[in-house]
Design a protein around this ligand. Structure first.
Ligand code: NAG
Ligand code: NAG
Ligand code: NAG
Length: 203
C-alpha cells in the first residue's frame, strides 16, 4: 500500500492555494484548526514543538491570530490601527510575513501594533508560486506556538477590515467552521462568493 502522506500534503497545498486565490482579491479567510494539527515539515525547521496536544484543552481567553502575508509594508496599517485600537490585547495576536530583512518599526509602519511582529524567518515570495504557500505555513507555524491562538485569519497587505473587532471576534469564536470570505452577509464587496468550506481540517 502506498503511503497516503503525499496525497495529504497535496490536499493541504490545494486548500491553501484556494485560500491564497481569494486573498489575492483581498477577501478574508479564517480557519479553525482542528485538534489534529500536523503541518508538513519546513525547511529550515523553525519550530520543534508539536502543537496538536495543546489545542485540546485551552483555558483562558482565546485569541484571533491575524496572519498578514505582505510584499513589504502594510499600506493600510492606519486602518488596522483603528481596528485594533482599544481592543483587549489578550484577544488577538499579529504575525507578518514580509520580505526577508524587512523590519516593522517606527520608520516602516504607522501603527505600533505592527512593531516587531514580522516573522524572524521569512522567505522570498513570488506571487502565484508555491512560495506563497510556504510563507502561509510559516505564519501558521509561528501562530501555533501560542495555544491561546484559537482562530486564524489569513490576510494580504491589501485587506481591510469591514467590521469592527468585537463583531468579528464573537462571529469567529462562536463558529467552529472555516470561511473563505468575511461574513455570510452579501454585499457589493463579496457578492460573488459564498462560504464553501464547512470544515477545513489539516490532515
Ligand atoms: C527600522 O528598521 C530599518 C531596517 O532595519 C532601519 O534601517 C531603521 O533605522 C529602523 N528604524 C527605527 C526607528 O528603529
Ligand atoms: C523574533 O525573535 C525575537 C528575539 O529572539 C523575539 O523576541 C520575537 O518574539 C521573535 N518574533 C517572532 C514573530 O517570532
Ligand atoms: C461593532 O459593530 C456592531 C455591528 O456592526 C455594532 O452593533 C457594535 O455596536 C459595534 N461595536 C463597537 C464597539 O463599535
Amino acid at each position: 500500500m502506498r503511503s497516503s502522506k503525499p496525497r495529504h500534503l497535496l490536499w493541504f497545498g490545494f486548500k491553501i492555494v484556494i485560500a491564497l486565490f481569494f486573498l489575492s482579491y483581498c477577501l478574508f479567510a479564517s480557519l479553525k484548526l482542528h485538534s489534529h494539527v500536523k503541518l508538513p515539515s519546513l525547511h529550515p525547521p523553525a519550530f520543534h514543538a508539536s502543537p496538536s496536544l495543546r489545542y485540546h484543552h485551552f483555558e483562558g481567553t482565546p485569541k484571533i491570530a491575524f496572519l498578514f502575508l505582505a510584499r513589504r509594508d502594510l499600506p493600510l496599517d492606519f486602518l488596522w490601527d483603528s481596528f485594533f485600537k482599544n481592543v483587549d490585547a489578550a484577544k488577538f495576536s499579529i504575525y507578518i510575513h514580509s520580505t526577508p530583512g524587512f523590519v516593522f518599526n517606527e520608520t516602516t509602519t504607522r501603527s505600533a501594533f505592527f512593531y516587531g511582529q514580522q516573522l524572524n524567518y521569512s522567505i522570498q515570495v513570488i506571487w502565484g508560486e508555491s512560495s506563497m504557500i510556504e510563507a502561509e505555513k510559516l505564519l501558521l507555524l509561528a501562530a501555533l506556538q501560542d495555544p491561546a491562538n484559537q482562530r486564524f485569519v489569513l490576510l494580504s497587505d491589501s485587506c481591510v477590515p469591514l467590521y469592527n473587532f468585537s463583531y468579528l471576534y464573537s462571529y469567529l469564536m462562536s463558529s467552529s467552521k472555516s470561511f473563505v470570505d468575511s461574513t455570510k452577509k452579501r454585499s457589493r464587496f463579496h457578492e460573488a462568493t459564498e462560504i464553501f468550506y464547512t470544515d477545513w481540517t489539516f490532515p
